[in-house]
Write a protein that binds this ligand. Structure first.
Ligand code: DQQ
Length: 493
């Protein structure tokens, strides 16, 4: 399949001008193998489903520019989760309808052979549950339910900050869903409903209520967007995205138990502490894998996004699993192996303390790296990517053994002051003698890192210099060894 093939049949969407197409094609920050629409704005993944053997990815889409407004559902299809074909827009706001101001996020379910979207229709200040169905093989045409909104008001007796987004599943004859929300003065929540037909929903109460003042462990703010609840390896996982005073923060993953009414979290962390990933959605495929895509926000100015003519990318497809100690694990889908081209293997690279070891070709900005660090006597090791020859630009992945922390230092990632240039990071515990295993995907402005399959960091970086393509290793406090380093140039063609 062609990647990002133009499909002229977009319904209700303006076509993309040749000028914009050319501008985008020569944009050095535009990712190559992460999914994104051909142009304009994209945010949350929606309606993820495998249908008739094909993977469908719907997404929040504004066809009118690279800013968040008039949300449609864009649509793409793939047979391998990696190579996507663009399809016509699936949902368009209906003038005068309950979604006239936007078709916000939601999911897709198989209702006895009828593909059904459960999504949030926006009409002025109201954000309510709507349905749409499709009967065609490729899920091209969607018919909105005449009964929309099927849940016509928020639950009685509960004062909500906001109320939207849906995770729907079936158990026997019953459908269940949770809707994201926040209780005024208290904290975020996910509200549980039951139905027998997807149309009439009985409110059962919150599965969990957060405390917007609690900062220990992970702060979860005043409202939870895009909740997603699913069983995984004998436990349940709840994903929520923290929205607080109009600002988007991060996604929190909670591993715990769900008794049908209440969720109890035993372990919670920020799903991806790179500062970009938000509003992920998961689904189960025919191989019983729990797959996740998340929205990778830009981390440069709104004006730069509008000028570029595109904004937002999807994370790589990630497989979720539980680790032996009950934490959420993430690994890239093996289908990504189809992108691999030129391969380089190096073993036993000794990195002396204080030295900075440039790595020879293939340097670049579209590549995959697998590194296994034996930390030896080192207190700290570094992998720098997108380095200019004299180091004016560089993004440094650092593991600090004392702090037990993996960070990405973006303070010199770009000479452009309009980009985010901070340090992001997460705790990463390594057992004595355990290697630091970094699986790194570089895709121009995306740096997607999987560390020991438990920590992911996906910051956005926007180097300005065309020669910011180098790689460098360093160690401090003692000698460390890269026992194995594999590098691939990647290509989507
Ligand atoms: N994005 C959607 C909402 C959701 C938010 C609107 C999260 O449904 O709450 O585009 O990014």
């Amino acid at each position: 399949m062609d990647h990002n093939r133009h499909n002229p049949a977009f319904r209700g969407a303006p076509t993309i001008s040749e000028e914009l197409r050319t501008r985008i094609a020569s944009d050095p920050h535009r990712p190559v193998y992460h999914f994104m629409p051909e142009a304009n704005w994209m945010n949350d993944p929606n309606g993820l489903i495998q249908w008739n053997g094909r993977y469908h990815l719907f997404y929040q889409y504004n066809p009118n520019g690279a800013f968040h407004a008039t949300m449609h559902w864009g649509h793409a299809v793939s047979s391998d989760l990696v190579h996507w074909n663009h399809l016509p827009v699936a949902l368009v706001p209906t003038p005068g309808g309950p979604d006239q101001d936007g078709c916000f996020s939601g999911c897709a379910v198989d209702n006895d052979g009828v593909a059904t979207f459960v999504y949030t229709g926006v009409n002025g200040l109201s954000q309510l549950t709507c349905l749409a169905t499709s009967n065609d093989d490729l899920l091209l045409m969607w018919t909105k339910d005449p009964a929309n909104p099927v849940i016509a008001s928020t639950p009685p007796g509960i004062d909500l900050v906001a109320y939207r987004d849906h995770s729907v599943w079936r158990e026997g004859a019953s459908w269940y869903q949770i809707i994201g929300g926040g209780i005024v003065g208290i904290g975020g929540t996910a509200l549980l409903y039951r139905s027998f037909d997807l149309h009439t929903w009985e409110y059962l109460g919150p599965i969990l209520i957060g405390d917007k003042l609690a900062t220990d462990n992970v702060w979860t703010g005043e409202m939870w967007e895009c909740p997603d609840l699913f069983p995984l390896d004998g436990r349940h996982v709840l994903l929520i995205s923290v929205w607080h005073e109009q600002r988007l923060h991060y996604c929190v993953s909670m591993v715990g138990s769900f008794d049908g009414m209440r969720f109890v979290a035993n372990h919670q962390v920020i799903l991806d502490a790179g500062g970009s990933l938000y509003a992920p959605q998961t689904f189960r495929d025919a191989e019983h894998r729990r797959l996740l895509f998340g929205w990778l926000r830009e981390q440069r100015s709104d004006a730069a996004q509008v000028a570029a003519g595109w904004s937002g990318a999807m994370s790589l497809p990630r497989i979720l699993f539980l680790t032996s100690d009950g934490r959420l694990g993430q690994r890239p889908a093996p289908e990504l192996g189809t992108l691999r081209r030129t391969h380089t293997l190096r073993t036993d690279i000794v990195v002396d303390p204080g030295s900075s070891l440039p790595l020879e070709a293939p340097a670049g900005d579209v590549m995959e790296l697998l590194l296994e660090w034996q930390l030896g006597a080192a207190s700290c090791v570094e992998l720098a990517v997108r380095c200019s020859p004299a180091g004016e630009e560089q993004t440094v992945v650092v593991y600090d053994r004392q702090l037990r922390r993996l960070t990405v230092d973006r303070s010199r990632a770009s000479l452009d002051p309009g980009t985010t240039r901070d340090v992001v990071g997460a705790s990463l515990e390594l057992a004595d003698g355990e290697a630091l295993r970094l699986h790194v995907f570089l895709d121009r402005s995306i740096l997607e890192i999987f560390a020991n399959e438990t920590v992911t960091l996906t910051p956005r970086i926007y180097p300005t210099r065309p020669d910011s393509l180098g790689l460098r290793l360093a160690a401090f406090g003692g000698t460390a060894t890269v026992s194995r380093l594999e590098m691939w140039k990647l290509s989507i063609d």
